[in-house]
Design a protein around this ligand. Structure first.
Ligand SMILES: [Zn+2]
Ligand SMILES: [Zn+2]
Length: 120
């Protein structure tokens, strides 16, 4: 059974701690591209098991790096982040934030760096 899928942040205690700190609510503050302005600047989605239902279906929040740039870390490095560097995310915000971070990283890479990779 070694093929079990291991989520980046597999530790349930850490997940619980992150969710408790976030009060079970997505901590996105607009990095996903929506500004969440009508919700006080923060995504309104709450985890199904920690908050009352809104009748809007089940929301599963995930614990992921609070800094969008850290979402690009390889899983073993993201898993090593301390709790204070993690945040609760709903999956649409997480995916959109990570995509935006990836895009930003591509445009932010200094021009000299790719050249160095291909140095002969
Ligand atoms: Zn969200
Ligand atoms: Zn968001």
């Amino acid at each position: 059974m070694s093929a079990d899928r291991i989520p980046p942040l597999a530790c349930p205690d850490l997940w619980q701690a992150v969710m408790a700190a976030a009060a079970g609510r997505c901590q996105c503050r607009g990095t996903c591209g929506k500004n969440h302005a009508k919700d006080g600047g923060r995504c309104p989605r709450e985890h199904d098991h920690l908050a009352h239902r809104h009748g809007g279906g089940t929301v599963h929040l995930i614990a992921a790096p609070a800094e969008p740039a850290d979402m690009l870390l390889p899983p073993h490095r993201a898993a090593a982040l301390p709790k204070r560097q993690l945040a609760a995310w709903c999956s649409p915000c997480h995916d959109a934030t990570r995509a935006a971070a990836r895009k930003a990283q591509h445009t932010a890479v200094p021009a000299a760096e790719p050249d160095a990779l291909f140095e002969i």
